[in-house]
Write a protein that binds this ligand. Structure first.
Ligand code: KG4
Length: 337
């Protein structure tokens, strides 16, 4: 067991966590959402600059919160990918510098492995399990027969689910990130718009969100051309039902085809209240144990990177200091860097 300092900077959160033998001592998150909201989405160049400005302060605050010094740290864990290349580089340079100066191992961590294993802060994993990874950049079903044993059995053919929430929100004139707002407005809306079910009739575990997003955009334009107002709350509810319905359908089919003892949610979209509620109902019906992460685990944070970092420390998975980031790193390749 060891004391790990982990850094996460793959998108628009600069985060540093410190763990000591599995215990979370600090998890400082500096979010850039307010800045990116002005542009309706994450601006990669601005994200990199803000990571540069913030990383020193966030590291300092994590050390103070955990009441430890750099000399007390046994290894530095870092998100190597996937994510925005510039943003990833800032965290990687900081982690490399610390590893070099303090002569401690550098541990490269896969961002989605972090999202999945964040659930270990709340529950024990029972294998084989199905991790439902739903975020702004990913929509994947990951099958795990054991610890850090990842098999991607399904992913999206086009857009990620979170990306479709954000784009639909933008077209409805709602602010960024759209997922939270659509979730909120859906509670006051009714499913009155008839939107197409993606990949309907196909016997597939894959996802698709681009057609659904386009039909919302086309419908909104059609209403605009007629000089009519779209009922925003109803559109949010109609879209959310279809978008989340697709996840529920794929999870159900996967649990019927594979041996699954536990299902866990991971990633930003796992904060969605309708997904959480419906997944609970589905898992009760299928009598499969469900792990739902607390909201702080659903957004990007370094505690999840530290969790995987600890496991890799035990296995002595250390990187050379000339390692680089990989914005498209596949989860099953997490040991290849
Ligand atoms: O995991 P995350 O923080 O970033 C990525 O690594 O992609 O996920 C962010 C995504 C955004 O697309 C955001 O709109 C979505 O998660 N999201 C939600 C909710 N909260 C965040 N989507 C639906 N319902 C929510 N409550």
């Amino acid at each position: 067991m060891a004391r790990i300092l982990a850094i996460e900077s793959s998108c628009d959160e600069t985060s540093v966590a410190i763990t000591d033998s599995g215990k979370l001592l600090a998890n400082v998150v500096s979010s850039q959402i307010a800045t990116h909201a002005k542009y309706g989405g994450v601006m990669p160049e601005i994200a990199s600059r803000l990571h540069c400005e913030n990383i020193g302060f966030v590291i300092q605050e994590a050390l103070e919160t955990a009441d430890v010094a750099f000399d007390d740290i046994d290894a530095f864990a870092i998100t190597r990918g996937p994510g925005l290349i510039g943003a990833l580089h800032i965290g990687m340079q900081a982690a490399k510098t610390l590893a070099m100066v303090y002569n401690k191992p550098l541990i490269p961590v896969h961002h989605l492995a972090g999202h999945i294993n964040a659930n270990e802060y709340v529950d024990k994993f029972i294998y084989p399990l199905l991790a439902v990874v739903v975020s702004g950049g990913n929509t994947e079903l990951v099958y795990m027969k054991g610890d850090l044993d990842f098999e991607v059995i399904s992913s999206t053919r086009d857009d990620a689910v979170g990306e479709s929430f954000d784009k639909v929100a933008r077209c409805l004139g709602l602010s960024y990130p759209g997922g939270v707002i659509i979730d909120k407005l859906s509670k006051q809306g009714k499913h009155t718009y008839d939107l197409p079910i993606p990949l309907k009739g196909e016997d597939t575990l894959e996802f698709s969100y681009s057609g659904l997003k386009t039909s919302v955009i086309n419908l909104v334009h059609k209403y605009e051309q007629k000089g009519e107002q779209i009922r925003v709350n109803d559109m949010c509810k109609s879209f959310q039902d279809v978008a989340i319905g697709q996840i529920l359908d794929r999870v159900k089919k996967t649990c019927q085809r594979y041996e699954v003892k536990q299902v866990l949610l991971a990633g930003g979209v796992s904060a969605n209240s309708y997904l959480r509620e419906q997944m609970q109902i589905l898992m009760e019906q299928m009598q499969i144990k469900l792990v739902i992460p607390p909201l702080w685990c659903t957004t990007d944070n370094a505690a999840m990177i530290a969790k995987v970092g600890e496991k890799l420390y035990e296995r002595k998975v250390f990187a050379p200091l000339d390692i680089s980031v990989d914005p498209n790193w596949e989860i099953q390749d997490y040991l290849i860097f």
